[in-house]
Design a protein around this ligand. Structure first.
Ligand code: NAP
Length: 308
């Protein structure tokens, strides 16, 4: 099998923290170039924009778009038009409908469009899905609270329209939820707290359910200081299952039953390499639809301005 030559576009926090290391160890993947206006990686060809990369860069097969969501649709369209496979960081877009033409372009060109949900590759997600499949679910609660100043320092795009605010991390919880539950869920009510100087919420409470009336609640908050929470609790007829630390750990009635090292981004690139071998796409918009519906249904309150 020939190597998949990948260029990273948008060399910011997640590109540095996860993508470079994952590409380095995944068989069949190789990092060939970087396109970023202000950042580069020593020893690799660098271009300021995706257009320059495609026009003047070394031969590549794929781009991995690690830019903010507001600019990714246009970059994905440019890359697909040039015959490249495309991997999208989450969330896949700033709206749901903007994905449709990209999906069609990828199918037409027989190229892969991979809308990633890295949290779905956390080690306890699949054990949780399997465990829940044989239980009767009574209720679900998501507690996803982190300090935005620690995890997103200086990321002004997150507060702009399409940046999603607290749903930037919150959508990770929803990506896990929509993978582990046996039935699809939908939003019935939402409360969104907007800082007076921001276009995206800093906190949100969601109420969801499924066709059987399962009560699901979610609390997202970007103002958490001290201990951080990335937990999902599910009460069932077989006990309480808890996913913690972003689904790295699964416990049932307090007893840990799954705890493995994080390989989320390696798994993403293994999947990307496998998809590109056949040109298949993988685009699941379920988590983004839930966030879109929260914006549609949400009661809004104004809270104090956010200063980074
Ligand atoms: P980031 O640190 O702000 O990096 C994004 C990079 O994209 C910037 O450094 C910038 O590099 C480039 N960029 C910004 N605005 C641009 C524009 N208007 N046009 C073209 N390029 C632009 O953000 P990040 O944390 O890496 O997040 C990027 C994406 O990854 C987001 O969708 C986020 O949800 C997702 N993600 C982040 C994390 C995390 O822990 N941070 C985890 C998982 C997923 P240049 O200035 O050099 O162009």
């Amino acid at each position: 099998m020939s190597e998949l030559r990948i260029a990273i576009v948008g060399f910011g926090k997640i590109a540095r923290d996860q993508h470079v290391g994952a590409i380095a160890v995944v068989q069949g993947a190789t990092l060939a170039a970087v396109a970023s206006r202000n950042a580069s990686l020593p020893g690799l060809p660098h271009f300021a924009t995706i257009e320059e990369l495609l026009e003047q860069g070394p031969p590549i097969d794929a781009v991995s778009l690690c830019t903010p969501p507001q600019v990714r649709r246009a970059q994905a369209a440019t890359a697909l038009a040039a015959g490249k496979h495309v991997m999208l960081e989450k969330p896949p877009g700033i709206g749901v409908a903007e994905l449709d033409p990209l999906i069609a372009m990828a199918a037409e060109a027989k190229r892969t469009l991979f809308a990633t949900w890295h949290s779905r590759y956390a080690p306890a997600v699949e054990p949780a899905r399997q465990w829940l499949a044989t239980r009767r679910l009574k209720s679900v609660h998501i507690n996803w609270k982190e300090d935005v100043r620690v995890w997103h320092p200086g990321q002004t795009w997150i507060w702009e329209p399409g940046g999603l605010g607290v749903f930037d991390p919150g959508i990770n919880a929803l990506s896990i939820l929509t993978r582990i539950l046996p039935q699809p869920v939908f939003v019935t009510a939402a409360e969104l707290a907007f800082p007076a100087n921001c276009q995206a919420p800093i906190a949100a409470n969601l109420t969801l359910t499924d066709i059987g009336g399962l009560p699901v609640t979610a609390e997202f908050d970007f103002r958490q200081t001290g201990p951080q929470s990335w937990d999902i609790l599910v009460d069932t007829d077989g006990g309480q299952m808890k996913l913690s630390r972003g689904a790295r750990i699964m416990a049932v009635d307090g007893k840990v039953v799954a705890d493995a090292p994080d390989e989320e981004y390696r798994e993403l690139y293994r999947r990307f390499v496998a998809l590109t071998a056949t040109g298949m796409s993988d685009v699941d918009l379920a988590p983004l639809r839930l966030v879109a519906d929260a914006f549609l249904l949400g009661k809004r309150t104004l809270v104090e301005p956010f200063v980074d």
